[in-house]
Structure formats: structure tokens, C-alpha cells
Design a binder for this molecule. Structure first.
Ligand SMILES: *Cc1c(COP(=O)(O)O)cnc(C)c1O
Length: 462
């Protein structure tokens, strides 16, 4: 399997190279040159398999010969061994025809663990085989950073620097990033928003001299291997509700468009998915775009679902690439226009996007009301991101097709919002109950490329 850039001007790569690189050198994102198909027979054969067995069958054709079968199976097993639930991604019922896919049983209580735990294993295996070291720099609105730190802490072949917006992540998120004591881990609190952190990260990737010298690697949601790991739970959940013989729909709390794009890949592989619905908070660039065709940056307005406080959804570029008939030049042109503030999606491309994606936007008050109501009538404590999804799903679902809403974080990761809505302060699971007592370690950094590069050069081990 070869991987090609969405901007059409970077070299094709194999799976391992695309994974280790992250962003393509033309600024684009890697996507598979073609999408492997699973027949109805292949999908039916997933009934009764464990999460890990399904993961192997779904991901195998994308990975190809990058890892031997027994090695790949072993790395998958290690990735999910630390989860606090044997099903890994259990499905619970909220209402007739409406189900919640709990993606928060990993070590940092958010769905990011599904991808990050796996790529931690894949990176370590591949880098030690090659005898290489990389410097991972990540930008996070909270959950990616903690998941990356948890996945890479203590590994020999990587140094990890995580940029998070100072004062704009929840206390649990911050502590998950600042309390691991491994020497290869560095939590950097940047003065600015998530979009500033993401922009500085992109600057580093575009500064080739620095990029090559420190062997920069990216694990943000633009990394293809992360998208791939997320495809798996679309299969496990749909199969448990009767796929391939019954279609299902999904509603996905969305920020950077990585999670829902994995659902789109599952659909392209042959999983019968009727609708994929983007649920946004008040930072609603995607909802506005799918409604009007105008993709225009606004100001980020901080919300109670901070992991979705994003105005530029990086992975949307992958969906645009397909909607424009895989025309890399057209995508590169749109991304140039975006630098100046925004662009208009062509009529044909907008129609193509709408064939797969619907959307909805949820206000802060509606989010709180949904958390309260779900506790009262569905017996479920929702984190604010998951509540955004549940609200959009309830508004838009059609009674004849089962709806699966993705619960992207554990309520205890955002206890203030949950307590405000319900009066209940959700406790952390026992395995991390001492989080508030562990010592913190972080570095404040300015929103400045040169200063960041200097600091990374000084701190990295090789
Ligand atoms: C990252 C995150 C999201 C958004 O996911 P994307 O892949 O960026 O769209 C939603 N909810 C939570 C809790 C997250 O951590």
C-alpha cells in the first residue's frame, strides 16, 4: 500500500514512512492511494471476534508488509492491554435506537488513547528495528497531549514535546501531561490558543533544516496511522448492531475531523454506514461549511468542551481531497486561500461532502441541558463533548436506522461542567485516583518559533 499527499507534490511513501513522518513535505496529509475493500462476507466474519482480532483484520491491508503478521498482532495486543474495560469500546443503549460508544476506557480517559497507544507500540518497534531516534512534537487542546505522553513515556527511541495552550485545558488534562516523570517527556505551556500551538507546530514541519536535524515526527491527528486505528471501532460497534445486514449511522463530536474521517474510511471500505453526522460546539466552522459551502475561520471562543475549540480542522483536507476528485492542485489552492481567511467549496464538491456528512451545532446551554437530561432519562453521565454529540444525534436521527453516538471522553475528565449540569462530581476511576497528589513538571513558553526550536534542541537527548 502506498500513501499519497493531498496536495499532490510530495513523494509517495509506504505505511511506516508515512507514519513516522506525519505531515507531507508539500504541507499536505497522507492518504492511502486506494481504499482496501471488505466484502459483506469479510464483515460478517467479524461477529464474535475480540476488539484486537477485529483491529488486526481491519488494519492489516493498510499496513501491508510494514510489519509481519505475528508482530502486528502482538503490538495490537500490547496497545490495548492497559485499557480498563475488556471490550475496549463497549456499546451501551441510551434510548430505543440510540447507542453510546464508550471510547474513554483507555489510560487517559479519552478516545485519543485508541490511536496513540497503538502508534506508541508501532513507533518503538519500527525505530528500534532501524536503530533510529525521533523527536515528537505535538500540539494539543488537551487530550492528544496526555494520550501521547502516556503512550511514549519512557521509550528509548523518542523524545516528546507537547505544546498545550496555557490556562485553557482542564485540570485533569493538565495533570495528565505534567505529572509523568519520564525524562523523555516535556510538557510545554504556550501563551496562546490551541490554533497558535498547531500553527507553530506546522511552522516547525515547514522549517526543513530544523525538521531534518531533530528528525521531527508528528503524532497529531493528521498522522495517517492515528486515523487508521480509529477505523476499528466503527466496525466493532456496527457489527454488534447487525452489520453488514443492517446499516447504522454515527454522530461524532468533532474538532479536527480525525475521528469522523475514520468513520468515512470505514464506509469506503464497505461498512454499511448511512449517515456520518459532525457535531460541533459554538466553534462551528465545519457546521457552517457543510451548511453554506463557506469554509471561513472565526475567532476561537473557549467552551466547556475544550477539545473541540478549533477553527481550522486539519483532517477536513482529506475529505476535500476526495470531494475534489483527488485533485491535489485544487486542494493546495484552497489551502492557500485559507491562509488569507477562507474559501468557498465548489458546488460539486459540496454535494459530494453532503452525500456522506451531515452536521449540527450545539450551544453551551444546550450542552449543559443535555448532560442534565441524559443523567435523568438515560442513566448516563456524559462528558460535555459527548453531550454535544448526543444532542445532535437526538435532533437528527431517523427512527429506522440505529444511531451510534461516540462518547469521546470520560465525564471525570471534565468534572466542573458535569457538576454544574447535574450536581454530581464524577470520580476518577480507581486506577488513577491519586492524580491530584502527584507532583507537576512543565515549562512556560512564548508563542515564538525560534524560542521553541531552541528549547527543543537543548532538551532532546540525542
Ligand atoms: C480530540 C477530541 C474530540 C475531537 O476529535 P477530532 O478527531 O479532533 O475531531 C472530541 N472530543 C474529545 C474528548 C476529544 O479529545
Amino acid at each position: 500500500m502506498r500513501y499519497i499527499s493531498t496536495r499532490g507534490a510530495a513523494p509517495d511513501l509506504g505505511f511506516a514512512e508515512a507514519m513516522l513522518t506525519g505531515l507531507a513535505r508539500d504541507g499536505g496529509l497522507y492518504v492511502p492511494a486506494e481504499i482496501p475493500q471488505m466484502s459483506t462476507g469479510d464483515i460478517r466474519a467479524l461477529h464474535g471476534l475480540s476488539y484486537e482480532e477485529t483491529a488486526f483484520r481491519v488494519m492489516r491491508p493498510f499496513v501491508n508488509d510494514a510489519f509481519a503478521d505475528d508482530v502486528f498482532a502482538d503490538l495490537i495486543a500490547k496497545a490495548y492491554a492497559g485499557f480498563g474495560h475488556d471490550a475496549r469500546a463497549p456499546l451501551v443503549q441510551l434510548a430505543p435506537g440510540h447507542f453510546l460508544l464508550e471510547l474513554f476506557h483507555g489510560p487517559t480517559l479519552a478516545f485519543k488513547d485508541f490511536a496513540m497507544q497503538l502508534i506508541g507500540q508501532l513507533f518503538e518497534h519500527e525505530l528500534s528495528r532501524r536503530g533510529e531516534q525521533v523527536t515528537i512534537v505535538g500540539a494539543t487542546s488537551g487530550d492528544t497531549g496526555s494520550a501521547a505522553i502516556e503512550a511514549f513515556a519512557g521509550l528509548d527511541s523518542v523524545d516528546v514535546f507537547i505544546l498545550y495552550p496555557h490556562g485553557r485545558v482542564s485540570e485533569v488534562q493538565r495533570r495528565q501531561m505534567t505529572t509523568p516523570q519520564a525524562a523523555n517527556i516535556h510538557a510545554l505551556a504556550i501563551d496562546g490558543h490551541f490554533d497558535d500551538a498547531q500553527a507553530r507546530l506546522k511552522d516547525m514541519f515547514n522549517h526543513f533544516e530544523f525538521r531534518d536535524r531533530v528528525r521531527l515526527a508528528g503524532v497529531n491527528s493528521i498522522n495517517w496511522a492515528r486515523v487508521l486505528a480509529q477505523v476499528v471501532y466503527y466496525f466493532t460497534s456496527a457489527v454488534s448492531l447487525g452489520a453488514p445486514d443492517r446499516a447504522v449511522s454515527f454522530t461524532v463530536p468533532t474538532g479536527n475531523f480525525g475521528d469522523i474521517f475514520a468513520g468515512y474510511i470505514a464506509k469506503r471500505m464497505g461498512l454499511p454506514i448511512d449517515r456520518l453526522i459532525v457535531a460541533t460546539n459554538q466553534n462551528d466552522i465545519l457546521h457552517r461549511c457543510l451548511t453554506s459551502g463557506a469554509y471561513e475561520k472565526g475567532e476561537v471562543v473557549p467552551s466547556i468542551s475544550p477539545s473541540m475549540d478549533i477553527q481550522v480542522s486539519s483532517n477536513f483536507e482529506r475529505a476535500l481531497f476526495d470531494a475534489y476528485g483527488r485533485d491535489g492542485k485544487a486542494v493546495a489552492q484552497l489551502m492557500d486561500e485559507l491562509k488569507a481567511g477562507g474559501f468557498a467549496v465548489s458546488q460539486g464538491a459540496l454535494q459530494a461532502l453532503r452525500e456522506d456528512f451531515g452536521s449540527g451545532r450545539v450551544s453551551e446551554d444546550e450542552t449543559l441541558a443535555t448532560i442534565r437530561q441524559a443523567n435523568e432519562t438515560m442513566g448516563e453521565l456524559l462528558c460535555p463533548h459527548s453531550a454535544v454529540g448526543v444532542k445532535v444525534a437526538e435532533d437528527q436521527r431517523d427512527p429506522t436506522t440505529p444511531m451510534i453516538t461516540l462518547a469521546t471522553a470520560h465525564p471525570a475528565k471534565f468534572p466542573d461542567a458535569v457538576e454544574r449540569a447535574t450536581g454530581i462530581r464524577p470520580p476518577l476511576p480507581n486506577r488513577m485516583a491519586d492524580l491530584y497528589d502527584r507532583p507537576e513538571r512543565l515549562t512556560r513558553v512564548p508563542n515564538d518559533l525560534a524560542a521553541l526550536e531552541t528549547l527543543i534542541e537543548e532538551r532532546r537527548r540525542t
